[in-house]
Design a protein around this ligand. Structure first.
Ligand code: ZN
Length: 84
């Protein structure tokens, strides 16, 4: 069974581009139809979405709260090494 006219394997390959809005309208429509009819793919895409959001959040937190202490410790060690 190939809901939307594409296989689950194709959906897995296309889903990142699909979520980025990078697919052609025709291909995006096929993926969308497939994802309305295919439970395993729906669960797969949900996982990708959640994982992507977590990664984005982690990156943002790191930018907002860089580990200053670790950076300063690294600079101190660097200075000590070059002094000797
Ligand atoms: Zn599927």
């Amino acid at each position: 069974m190939k809901p939307g006219g594409i296989s689950c394997k194709e959906v897995v390959e296309l889903v990142t581009a699909y979520l980025d809005g990078a697919l052609s309208p025709e291909l995006a429509e096929r993926v969308r139809v497939h994802l309305e009819l295919c439970d395993p793919c729906i669960r797969y895409v949900e996982q990708i979405r959640v994982t992507g959001q977590l990664a984005a959040t982690a990156t943002r937190d790191l930018e907002l709260h860089p580990d200053r202490d670790a950076l300063l410790a690294t600079f101190r060690n660097f200075t000590r090494t070059t002094d000797s």
